[in-house]
Design a protein around this ligand. Structure first.
Ligand code: ATP
Ligand code: MG
Length: 433
């Protein structure tokens, strides 16, 4: 068994070290040019550069009276980051930055608290841009294949990387890194950010433990994957979880997790393993739960079928603009999968397979909210009937633009509570008015 406390301590000390690295880098940049190597990639006095930086950093540590166990290793790691990440090292270490975007060598942007900012760093040339991407991939055991124009990768710390090269990228190669956030990983973190209410947390815990099939919908970057991660964290230990993702982002803390990641085809379109194939395979792996990172195509059909044949407790995310839109998108995915099913049959399948819809929304102030939780209550003809269980009601903006509002529960308890009662359980009806 893993010790959750130990895990937590390990997490917070890694967090502190990362923070210290960032502070040192900021101080370092005040006294010397840590980017020198980047602007002089062919320099032969690399060792000198390293010595200079190490000496300066050691000086800063002494000044701050910081004593570190394994100081050498700590400094080596910082040097390594500088050497690989050059102009984006600061953004990478900055705990307030959630995303880093290079748009051609001249322009680098970061996202903080949901807002975009251009940073002063730049790359000396397009070649340096490509070299930067190559370096990052290389240190994460990936290479850029000849002739490839787009690449998706996962970095060893759980961050997600996407690169697009010329000529597809018109004004120079583009790089997007979505950093793995250590600070938003559990429900408490989400409540602290007003993403949902404590009552909703209590509810979703019951929903996950009761093996409901859940779809999280929302726009790009609205926090779907983060929500899926939090939902999955309520899967009880002792169940076998299989995860299937395009790029493995989920960070589950349970012991028994089998993770699978899509393999993209090579540039001749050969040798790939897509999500639907992984999904079908997962059914032969005795799963208690199947968590699919994002549902985009043919796999929708396989998922619905599995959910309808007793594989309950599965979860996924998909791109959608509202709770209702989740159903429409799902329907379209199945219709487009090419099995020739009539629309009514697809709707029936959706209506019986899915139990809950979670809709995530990203607001102009950068906040993300679970704007509704909707229960699918049944079918009327070929119309799927739903009931909203929680909604966020916006009540204006404060002076600084922060969205104000409240999460309101429905007046009626969810239908699935009836089933729980029949099973002799006592679901939290008091959450509903
Ligand atoms: N509740 C939240 N509050 C604030 N920031 C959040 C929240 N949830 C996620 N984020 C941040 O927003 C960014 C996008 O989150 P996430 O990857 O979960 O979104 P997504 O909807 O899955 O995005 P995509 O559409 O690209 O798959 C990340 O930087 C993440 O840390
Ligand atoms: Mg996502």
């Amino acid at each position: 068994m893993s010790d959750p406390l130990k895990k937590k301590n390990k997490r917070s000390s890694a967090h502190l070290l990362q923070r210290l690295r960032y502070e040192l880098l900021v101080q370092l940049d005040e006294v010397m040019d840590s980017q020198w190597l980047y602007t002089n990639p062919d320099a032969d006095n690399l060792d000198e550069w390293k010595d200079d930086i190490t000496e300066t950093l050691t000086g800063i540590l002494r000044e701050r009276k910081v004593k570190l166990r394994g100081e050498d290793k700590f400094l080596r790691e910082l040097l390594r980051i500088l050497q690989i990440y050059g102009p984006i090292s600061g953004a990478l270490l900055d705990p307030t930055v959630s995303e880093i975007m290079i748009v051609g060598p001249e322009k680098i942007y970061v996202e903080r608290e949901g807002k975009l900012d251009r940073i002063p760093q730049r790359l000396p040339s397009e070649n340096a841009s490509i070299q930067l991407i190559r370096n990052i991939l290389h240190h994460n055991h990936r290479e850029i294949e000849e002739g490839v124009s787009m690449i998706d990768a996962r970095l060893s710390d759980g961050s997600r990387l996407n690169a697009v090269f010329a000529p597809v990228a018109v004004e120079g190669s583009m790089l997007t890194i979505r950093k793995f956030r250590q600070d938003i990983i559990n429900a408490t973190d989400l409540v602290d950010r007003d993403t949902l209410s404590p009552a909703m947390v209590e509810f979703l815990q019951v929903a996950v433990e009761s093996h409901l099939n859940i779809i999280v919908g929302g726009g790009t970057g609205s926090g779907k994957t983060t929500m899926l991660n939090v939902l999955s964290s309520y899967i009880p230990e002792g169940e076998r979880i299989i995860t299937i993702e395009d790029t493995a982002e989920l960070q589950l803390s349970q012991d028994h997790v089998g993770r699978m990641e899509v393999m993209p085809p090579n540039r001749f379109g050969e040798g790939g393993v897509p999500i639907d194939q992984l999904f079908r395979n997962s059914l032969r792996m005795r799963p208690d739960r199947i968590v699919v990172g994002e549902c985009r195509g043919k796999e929708a059909f396989d998922m619905l079928q599995a959910m309808n044949t007793g594989h309950d407790g599965s979860m996924t995310t998909l791109h959608a603009n509202s709770a209702r839109d989740i159903l429409t998108r799902l329907e379209n995915m199945v219709l487009m999968a090419g099995y020739g099913l009539p629309t009514e049959a697809v709707r029936r399948q959706i209506g019986t397979a899915i139990h809950l819809l979670f809709h995530m929304r990203r607001f102009p102030d950068g906040s993300r909210k679970l704007s509704s939780i909707t229960e699918i209550t049944g079918l009327q003809g070929d119309t799927i009937s739903t009931q909203e269980l929680f909604t966020f009601r916006e009540e204006g903006r404060s002076a600084d633009g922060t969205v104000q509002g409240r999460f309101l529960p429905a007046s009626m308890a969810p239908k699935f509570f009836d089933r729980l009662r029949e099973e002799g359980k006592s679901p939290p009806v008091e959450l509903f008015r």
